[in-house]
Design a protein around this ligand. Structure first.
Ligand SMILES: Cc1ncc(C[n+]2csc(CCOP(=O)(O)OP(=O)(O)O)c2C)c(N)n1
Ligand code: SF4
Ligand SMILES: [Mg+2]
Length: 309
């Protein structure tokens, strides 16, 4: 996140009072140059984030990009907008606060499998069940990339790493099952190599009123090359999309899809509407405000403090 380039070019209006703001171009959205290894899957996801911002005419000041720590978590540096590169595994906690206090923003959270399911595993479950309105995209590369090849919660059995030199012995988690079971209201799966598909999922996730989760396979070319060839038709693999007649509101059908053998299915597994934490909290605040009509915020706060004495 370097200097913010505001205001954007005007479309037909005067410089002082633009009639309409033109969509941000990639040039206006991009900040620092990514320092990822050439060929890293995360480049595609970032390019699609820029594309999404342009296509959906999102304004600089109306988005917030949050991440934890990891190669994939470097996103906030690359976007000219509000954002925070937060503590490892704590991105969702920070993002929840932003989402609840600034309902006018689109909050996007990016991270890796270690950040999401290892140190951040608890936050993943609880943000999902609370149905906080935000979009969470996990770039799952089945390894800790930034710290140079340790076993992650999604590394397959037998994966040799610095922490499992003889090969991982532990059963990996299934992020799709975990998201569904935890109570996420939008659960989709894609890959960084299928550009139109991933963009479609990102748009649908952004439009969802609630916690939207995308599991995005994104290859770590340095420490786990070829991990997702089986899901890439250009590498001899297959990209099996979810059948059109799949009922996205059927939790058990979604769970069954998540249980398919590798490389599994791709698309929208599950989507339901449930009250968001944002809506529930807004109601509590509105109800309370109605009872103390005419009082300033500081007076309400003081009254609460006085009661605690
Ligand atoms: C509290 C804390 N523990 C450990 C670390 C070291 N650390 C940084 S990133 C990372 C894992 C990164 O893996 P992942 O989230 O999968 O991201 P990737 O680099 O693969 O994109 C670890 C263990 C840290 N920065 N902070
Ligand atoms: S180490 Fe892996 S995840 Fe990190 S930038 Fe390089 S290829 Fe990408
Ligand atoms: Mg990783």
């Amino acid at each position: 996140m370097s200097t913010l380039t505001l205001p954007r070019t005007t479309a037909g209006g005067t410089a002082e009072l633009p009639a309409e703001r033109a969509p941000l171009t990639k040039k206006q959205t991009a900040a620092d140059h990514p320092t990822w290894c050439p060929g890293c899957g995360d480049f595609s996801v970032l390019a699609l984030y820029y594309k999404l911002i342009e296509k959906r005419k999102l304004d600089h000041e109306k988005i917030c990009t949050v991440a934890g720590i990891g190669c994939s978590s470097r996103f906030p540096y690359f976007v000219q907008a509000h954002g925070a590169h937060f503590i490892h595994g704590r991105a969702l906690a920070f993002a929840s606060g932003v989402s609840l206090s600034r309902p006018d923003l689109h909050v996007f959270v990016f991270g890796g499998d270690g950040d999401a399911f290892s140190i951040g595993g608890n936050h993943f479950n609880h943000t999902a069940r609370k149905n906080v309105k935000l979009t969470y995209i996990v770039m799952d590369n089945f390894v800790y990339g930034l710290t140079k090849k340790q076993t992650s919660p999604t590394s397959p059995i037998g994966f040799k790493s610095k922490t499992d030199v003889w090969g991982s012995q532990d059963r990996p988690i299934n992020p799709m099952k975990q998201a569904i079971a935890a109570g996420a209201t939008f659960v989709a799966r894609s890959t960084a190599t299928n550009i139109p598909h991933l963009l479609k999922m990102m748009e649908a996730a952004m439009d969802h009123d609630g916690f939207s989760y995308i599991e995005c396979l994104s290859e770590c070319i340095e420490f786990y090359p070829g991990a997702f060839d089986a899901a890439n038709p250009r590498k001899g693999g297959a990209f099996p999309e979810i059948p059109a007649d799949h009922d996205v509101t059927d939790e058990y059908a979604a769970y069954k899809l998540a249980d398919q053998t590798w490389p599994g299915a791709f698309g929208l597994f599950y989507q339901v509407q449930r009250p968001t934490k944002n809506a529930n909290e807004a109601k509590i605040i509105a109800d309370h405000r109605a009872k103390v009509e005419g009082q300033a915020d500081w007076q309400i706060l003081k009254k609460n403090f006085d009661r605690m004495k």
